[in-house]
Design a protein around this ligand. Structure first.
Ligand SMILES: [Zn+2]
Length: 212
């Protein structure tokens, strides 16, 4: 088996609102829970960390915050395209919790994101663009570096949004970046081919199956 002692397992947004029946449901999102639990319990990774989408009420990414707009419409926000979402992962609501079926005691750090009312955050490493045209870092790259990690292994939701952006930023930050394709699920399955090509172009390794 591969030595994963300098590999961080990053669990992206595994929250009830992204599961079937949730506010921003990803089809078959719950299929990943069993294999993800097995990875967490393997004890093979140098560290396990999680991201948690964590929005204040009235967040700018919510369609309900823009009069006359519907979920999945796209608008210009600070010069970049912003998809509008149904209200989701509102702080301190059950849908925003870390999913109850996973052993979170094994996770050393939780990066909450999307807390700025006026900026979205898909990536665990950097917010989306703010009004100043910047993407402020969350500190995750520094944390992983100080923990001696040189590689990250990603799973979670959703493949074409937060997993994708987290993977691209991990690679840009200099980590060897491996994405567990089968342990993610997309909002838009039609985007799979484009997402896969983009990830490969930017140096992300795609792993199929359930073993890193
Ligand atoms: Zn969100």
């Amino acid at each position: 088996m591969a030595d994963l002692s300098t590999t961080a397992l990053i669990l992206v947004d595994i929250q009830p609102d992204f599961m079937p029946g949730g506010a921003l449901a990803v089809a078959r999102g719950d299929d990943i829970l069993g294999p993800v639990r097995a990875l967490m319990e393997s004890g093979r990774f140098g560290v396990c960390v999680a991201t948690q989408d964590w929005h204040p009420p009235g967040h700018i990414s919510f369609a309900s915050s823009h009069s006359g707009r519907q979920p999945l419409e796209r608008i210009d926000l600070y010069g970049h395209e912003q998809t509008l979402w149904p209200d989701h992962c509102v702080q301190d609501t059950p849908g925003a919790a870390l999913h109850g079926d996973l052993p979170w005691a094994r996770v050393a750090a939780i990066i909450r994101k999307g807390m700025d009312p006026a900026v979205d955050s898909y990536s665990g490493f950097r917010n989306n663009w703010n009004i100043a045209g910047e993407r402020p870092p969350t500190g995750l790259a520094g944390y992983l570096g100080e923990r001696g990690m040189d590689t990250v292994c990603l799973c979670g939701l959703a493949r074409d949004v937060c997993v994708r952006f987290t993977a691209l930023d991990a690679a840009a930050a200099g980590f060897r970046t491996r994405l567990m394709w089968e342990l993610t699920r997309p909002v838009d399955p039609a985007a799979d081919a484009t997402v896969e090509a983009e990830l490969r172009d930017r140096g992300v390794e795609i792993i199929y199956g359930e073993q890193p």
